[in-house]
Each structure stands twice: as structure tokens, then as C-alpha cells.
Ligand binder design. Structure first.
Ligand SMILES: [Zn+2]
Length: 83
């Protein structure tokens, strides 16, 4: 489905009013490209890339308050906060 057809809501933490939410992943398969190899250390070319993971929860970036477990639940919480 096109994003333009979807309804957007803004996040606001019910506890601290912060407006950044983060997705916390578990069981992730993560990789990083190596730029240089040293005797006891590696230097990475970029950040980590997540190939496969499960979403555990959505939480407030600031206070860590767990808001939802699924996208639908997150949307519902944000939708309710707007009223
Ligand atoms: Zn918060």
C-alpha cells in the first residue's frame, strides 16, 4: 500500500511527552564491513547492517517507557494521544 494513502500520526510519550520512539529488535543477524585489520583490533568501514530480526517492542527514546509491541498497537496509542 502506498504511504500517501496511509494515515500518519505523531508519537508523544504518555509518560514524559518526548516525541521520539525507537524500535527494539531481538534475535538479530547483524554484520559490518571491515575496512582495516590490525593485530588485536578491527576498523569498520560503516555501521552495522541488520539482515534479520524480530521486533520486541516500541519504546520512548528518552525515558524507556514501553509503548507497544506491534506497529498496529503503536499506531493506536499515538492515535489516542492526538485526541
Ligand atoms: Zn518517555
Amino acid at each position: 500500500m502506498k504511504k500517501e494513502l496511509l494515515e500518519e500520526v505523531k508519537f508523544e510519550c504518555p509518560k514524559c511527552r518526548h516525541n521520539e520512539v525507537e524500535e527494539v529488535l531481538i534475535n538479530a543477524c547483524v554484520s559490518s564491513v571491515i575496512a582495516n585489520i590490525f593485530s588485536e583490533e578491527l576498523e569498520y568501514a560503516s555501521g552495522y547492517e541488520v539482515h534479520d530480526a524480530d521486533v520486541d517492542r516500541y519504546q520512548c527514546v528518552k525515558c524507556g517507557h514501553i509503548v507497544a509491541k506491534t506497529i498496529k498497537e503503536l499506531y493506536a496509542v499515538c492515535n489516542r494521544m492526538q485526541d
